[in-house]
Ligand binder design. Structure first.
Ligand code: FEO
Length: 395
């Protein structure tokens, strides 16, 4: 695939990682792969905005060579330290020896701790600009969206926002633009990205969007560092982020369970029936059958969570333990959750789930429901009613 002109004198020179299926140290499953987007801006001065993951360095450099001799690059804008965007810095700096790295103070610190290169840096802050010739770059620090070093770059004359991870999606495709791809897949990946990475940062994201709106800068195109570029409808993803960051949910329940010999699964199915019969949308997931990243995505627009597990060694099973550790980190707001599960002689799982729900900041609906060994007909009826009652809470 060649370098692709995305706008006048601006080229995509990134890389497509078609087969990556596990990202961020296995915290994120990427069933559709991903892309690392780097952008080359040609003007009197030449700038490269971000790079790619290290193993794709040669690919990026070959794409740059189609447009210009990489030695001629004057500036490398590093919007973010994380290695999927900075990994190719050592390789490109070996060629573009005189290129100055433009980044935030925290980014310089982070890059120094990653690469230990004796590089020429220029620190920028919000409001600073860099004139390339006809084009001007304006910088906007975006700390904790999603790292302390994160920064957005705005191309003033072209009205293009390059916000690095924000508004991105892990979505490998031969197409580069929003109007060229399947809309369901696109929004599915954008939601999954938000749910698994950005949920805890909602209030900061809202503030940053408001800050940009107050600046009254027109945005014709959003070119993130993963996935496709929003050129047809950038407002679509901005509005989606506003909804997600506002913790807007709908009357929908997600039932997640882990079961040892099927008793907790029986409970989960009856609870799901109860929610369904109360007229509320519900999705049921066996944690050992569905990938966690996908379940978290389903939880993004759901008001209620029903979390169940069998007891093992006086506590929950290990996959549920991992799932709840992840949930505690996400801290979703404006949600309600309830716990359920089976046990043999001593309980423990339900108590553990209750504690994790409380620690995640999600409202705990009580009472929880438990069954000893295998639920009988009466207990299953209670599970059905439990689902129905829970549905009322999220209506
Ligand atoms: Fe895509 Fe925070 O790196």
């Amino acid at each position: 695939m060649p370098a692709i002109q995305i706008y006048k004198d601006i080229y995509w020179v990134g890389a497509i990682d078609w087969n990556v299926r596990s990202f961020h140290g296995h915290t994120y499953s990427t069933k559709r792969g991903t892309t690392y987007n780097a952008y080359l801006i040609m003007d009197e001065k030449i700038a490269l905005v971000d790079t790619v993951y290290g193993p794709f360095s040669d690919e990026m450099i070959e794409r740059i060579k189609e447009i210009v001799d990489p030695q001629k690059i004057d500036y490398i804008i590093a919007n973010h330290v994380e290695t999927d965007h900075s990994g190719a810095l050592p390789a490109i700096k070996k060629i573009a020896k005189n290129a100055k790295i433009i980044c935030s103070a925290k980014c310089k610190d982070g890059l120094s701790r990653h690469y230990y290169g004796n590089w020429d840096y220029q620190i920028v802050k919000t409001g600073d600009t860099l004139k390339l010739g006809k084009k001007t770059l304006s910088f906007l620090e975006a700390p904790m969206i999603h790292w302390p070093d994160s920064m957005f770059t705005y191309l003033v004359e072209d009205q293009i926002l390059m916000p690095n991870d924000a508004f991105g999606q892990h979505y490998a495709t031969s197409k580069r633009f929003d109007d060229e791809v399947n809309q369901f897949e696109l929004m599915d990946e954008a939601a999954k990205y938000y749910a698994n990475i950005l949920i805890p940062l909602g209030s900061l994201i809202l503030k940053k969007i408001q800050e940009v709106q107050k600046m009254n800068i027109p945005i014709k195109m959003i070119a993130p560092s993963h996935g496709i570029i929003w050129r047809k409808d950038p407002a679509k993803i901005i509005n989606a982020y506003i909804d997600w960051a506002s913790n807007k949910t709908k009357p929908k329940a997600v039932v997640v369970f882990e079961t040892m010999w099927g008793a907790t699964e029986k409970m989960a199915r009856k609870i799901t029936e109860g929610v369904t019969d109360a007229g509320i949308e519900v999705k049921l997931f066996d944690l050992n059958q569905t990938d966690r990243t996908e379940i978290i995505k389903e939880m993004l627009d759901a008001k209620g969570y029903l979390i169940g597990c069998s007891t093992h060694d006086n506590d929950m099973l290990p996959n549920m333990g991992g799932f709840l550790t992840f949930l505690k980190g996400l801290k979703p707001k404006n949600r309600i959750a309830a716990a359920f599960g089976s046990y043999g002689w001593a309980g423990g799982a339900v108590k553990g789930i209750e504690e994790a729900i409380k620690e995640s900041g999600v409202e705990l609906a009580q009472p929880s429901i438990s069954a000893r060994y295998v639920p009988d007909e009466n207990e299953l009826k209670n599970c059905y009613e439990f689902g129905k009652e829970f549905a009322k809470k999220i209506k």
